[in-house]
Ligand binder design. Structure first.
Ligand SMILES: [Zn+2]
Length: 264
């Protein structure tokens, strides 16, 4: 009897040790992924790790991302996301699956670790699929915009704390990240016209795509936040008010679009 109990305890301890080691390995994938990304560089205040040689022009990408971030309303200096560049599609898909995501897009952020994984094939696929359909938006497939977008989410968490940030509706959090990530190049572009962009979201012919309809939800969220912040003049905190709903924002934007007033 004594021997059986001792053996059972031994098996339980072995089981616990195995589970702990597996869990430790799992966490280290997201918190200390450095062995998988042996190439390292520091550019424009960003720390970058890559699974393959870092391209020479990446410094320009990060200079651009830096300017976008420095221009953000919520930016107060301080720490950045660590950037992990996945050239390998498989590695990025595995990381997403292990993080519980069914679909691998352009980026995966582990906020608790301050680590952001970006997919070279993912960003390239968006760029090829959409080309110049909608410049200065997430549909562009732009590295500086993708990086600035994830930094913007991080700034929202830093501003509100994780619990409140999670309660922000998706249209506001995604719309705000896209809006603030592309704000600087948008205002610096003489051809940028917000009114035409509202027209684009309403134009079904623009969203047919060669392989089925293109999802315009994110662009719509981007426009709603841009309308509220740039035309109505709302600050980030005013945008978060419960009275500001997707329906009221859409109604306001369409009324403004139809009235033909110039941005205030
Ligand atoms: Zn996002």
């Amino acid at each position: 009897m004594k021997i059986t109990i001792r053996r059972t305890v031994k098996w339980i301890l072995w089981g616990l040790a195995t589970v702990s080691v597996a869990f430790g390995l799992y966490l280290s994938l997201f918190f200390f992924p450095y062995p998988l990304f042996p190439h390292h560089a520091e550019f424009a205040g960003f720390s970058v790790w890559s699974d393959r040689e870092i391209p020479d022009d990446f410094e320009l990408v990060l200079d651009d991302a830096r300017r976008r971030v420095d221009n953000m309303e919520l930016f107060v200096g301080g720490s950045n996301l660590r950037i992990f560049v996945c050239h390998s599609r498989r590695l990025f898909v595995v990381l997403n699956r292990l993080a519980g995501k069914r679909f691998a897009g352009q980026a995966l952020v582990i906020s608790a670790a301050g680590n952001a994984f970006f997919s070279v094939p993912g960003i390239e696929a968006v760029r090829l699929r959409n080309g110049n359909r909608i410049p200065h938006s997430r549909l562009e497939g732009s590295w500086p915009a993708a990086i600035a977008h994830e930094v913007a989410h991080g700034l929202v968490v830093a501003e509100l704390g994780g619990r409140l940030a999670r309660r922000v509706p998706t249209w506001k959090s995604e719309g705000y990240a896209d809006y603030t990530a592309s704000l600087l190049p948008a205002v610096s572009d003489p051809d940028y016209d917000f009114r035409s962009r509202v027209g684009w979201v309403l134009d079904d012919t623009l969203w047919r795509g060669s392989v089925g309809p293109v999802d315009r939800r994110h662009f719509r969220w981007h426009l709603l936040v841009e309308y509220l912040c740039s035309v109505e003049g709302l600050s980030f905190h005013q945008l978060l008010a419960d009275t500001v709903t997707e329906q009221t924002a859409w109604a306001g934007m369409i009324a403004w679009y139809s009235s033909g007033e110039s941005p205030g």
